[in-house]
Design a protein around this ligand. Structure first.
Ligand code: NOJ
Ligand code: MG
Length: 531
């Protein structure tokens, strides 16, 4: 590894604090065997793109055997690789190749539910007296024969599926092909912790944990209250407040045990990392850090840049409230895109997506980047006959489709954008002939070049990676803050509007999202970092 200014200082911190995470959606990164679907050997072939970008860790969405009802978030075996993606040998090669480049590798752990094809569920469903019956959440029908309570699946419809053979219902927070595990059963915990150990022992550096706040439900299964803010046209899930089906105290206790398990695999601070997928208001979100002496996850994912309007005053208030909500031992983190969220460039436009990149990579806290955002991939229309996302298929027409963020990585302007030799499983971004990695590598004004510069700057300046954070006053429509460490002070000003604005400070410009910054004014859609 080569040195860079500030390297020593940066390395006083565990990598998950000073570093950055890059999410790979394996189906759509690189195909190596011509089936139109990405795979592990493909990811290995493209590792240099990730290394050159300058991130520290890769998180892979699920690669385990799965019927793919929810594209891998329906796991049929926690300790193996789906043949479509490769095998354990291919995984070991990928892990070694990542480590050889100084990249950490995180897997996606899906504890809330399995596939209905998982042998555990096949056994559980086979009879009321099967030893695995109690591994899942089975309940008798309501007195009228209907579902046991009013809970709604996140993908629409009742969260309960009737099983005619045994006369009971099983719970599924997502698809009926994704039955919820019963984490109140110690045998489930043992089996799932064994699965974590399996991968830790193979050398993975941590997990992103799927819907962690869902894993335990209120013991008596009361109805969830109605959400007074629900209106037609938004997702059915939001008709109810998930008061009794999520965020139970017992789930926090399990998260603390998961953390203990992870910490057992490395010295304090250098151990394996847990990132929890958790959507909650700040006060309850912050509780997922646990306490200083009984910590839970290292990073409870913070999706507020996705959830809030792209507006300076809103973001300013949100950032202040989030920072204020963190416990003293908590470390912030930021996400701007994922395989579930709309593309940032589709939401706010390409000019502002450049500003968003600067925000993501200069805020205090660990950023997670989503594949393709470094190219500024924007709106992709999925023709109706190519829709694959079960969420969109079950609730069409309300704009919640996820395929548009899962399109294949465009690598160059050859056939299928270099992603595959076959027709990809989802269409490419319409502008792939010009918006691809090869084209952007040659272009000093490209989004890719901007991302590389931002990541290099973050590495070079500990103030950006681990420094303190303070909001600064600025004109309407401008978000400004400083990052400080020791004597080093870096100031950031982001113009979230398309009109010129006064620059709230002076200083030498280290980087602008636009060409040729003069450092005396903020141009329309410009973000600037000054020293
Ligand atoms: C969150 C994942 O990110 C999403 O893709 C998935 O559908 C649900 N959890 C269910 O596992
Ligand atoms: Mg393939």
């Amino acid at each position: 590894m080569h040195g860079y200014p500030g390297m020593t200082e940066r390395h006083e911190h565990p990598w998950w604090k000073s570093g950055t995470v890059y999410q790979v959606y394996p189906r759509s990164f690189q195909d190596s065997d011509g089936d139109g679907i990405g795979d592990l050997a493909g990811i290995e072939r493209r590792l240099d793109h990730i290394a050159r970008l300058g991130v520290d860790a890769i998180w892979l969405s699920p690669i385990f055997p799965s019927p793919m009802a929810d594209f891998g978030y329906d796991v049929a075996d926690y300790c193996a690789i789906h043949p479509m993606f490769g095998d354990l040998a291919a995984f070991d090669r990928l892990l070694a190749a990542a480590h050889a480049r100084g990249l950490k590798l995180l897997l996606d752990f899906v504890p809330n539910h399995t596939s209905d094809q998982h042998p555990w569920f096949v056994a559980s469903r086979s009879s009321r007296t099967d030893p695995k019956r109690n591994w899942y959440v089975w309940r008798d029908p309501a007195p009228d024969g209907g579902p046991p309570n009013n809970w709604i699946s996140d993908f629409g419809g009742s969260a309960w599926e009737h099983d005619p053979a045994s006369g009971q219902y099983y719970l599924h927070a997502f698809l009926r092909q994704q039955p919820d595990l019963n984490w109140r059963n110690p045998a489930v915990k043992t089996a799932m912790f064994d699965a974590m150990r399996f991968w830790f022992e193979r050398g993975v550096d941590g997990f992103r944990i799927d819907v962690l706040w869902h894993i335990v439900k209120a013991a008596d299964f009361p109805d969830n209250p109605a959400n007074p803010y629900w209106r037609p046209g938004i997702t059915e899930r939001d008709r109810l407040i998930q008061q009794h089906s999520t965020d139970q105290p017992e789930a926090h206790a399990i998260a603390a045990e998961m953390r203990k398990l992870a910490d057992g695999y490395g010295a304090k601070g250098q151990g394996r990392v847990l990132i929890g997928e958790i959507f909650l208001p700040n006060d309850r979100h912050a509780r997922w850090f646990g306490t200083a002496d009984r910590p839970q996850v290292h990073l409870p994912f913070n999706f507020q840049l996705i959830e809030n309007a792209w507006e300076a005053a809103t973001l300013r208030e949100m950032i202040a409230a989030y920072e204020a909500s963190l416990p003293p031992h908590g470390w912030p983190n930021w996400v701007i895109g994922s395989h579930d969220a709309p593309r940032i460039a589709a939401r706010i436009g390409e000019a502002q997506a450049r500003v968003a990149a600067m925000l993501l990579l200069t805020l205090r806290g660990t950023p997670t980047l989503y594949q393709g955002d470094e190219l500024g991939i924007g709106k992709v229309d999925i023709p109706p006959d190519r829709v694959r996302d079960p969420q969109e298929l079950r609730q069409p027409g309300i704009g919640i489709g996820r395929d548009r963020s899962r399109t294949p990585m465009p690598w160059d302007d050859t056939a299928q954008a270099g992603f595959s030799t076959a027709e990809p499983w989802l269409p490419l971004n319409p502008d792939w002939r010009t918006r691809n990695v090869a084209a952007q590598e040659r272009d000093p004004a490209s989004m890719l070049t901007l991302y590389r510069r931002l990541l290099a700057l973050r590495r070079a300046h500990p103030a950006l990676a681990v420094g303190d954070f303070r909001l600064l006053d600025a004109a309407d429509g401008v978000l400004a803050y400083e990052r400080c460490r020791g004597d080093a002070v870096l100031r950031v000003a982001l113009n979230l509007t398309d009109a010129p604005k006064p620059l709230p400070f002076t200083g030498a410009v280290l980087l602008s999202t636009l060409d040729g910054a003069r450092g005396d004014t903020l141009r329309a859609n410009e973000g600037i970092i000054c020293q």
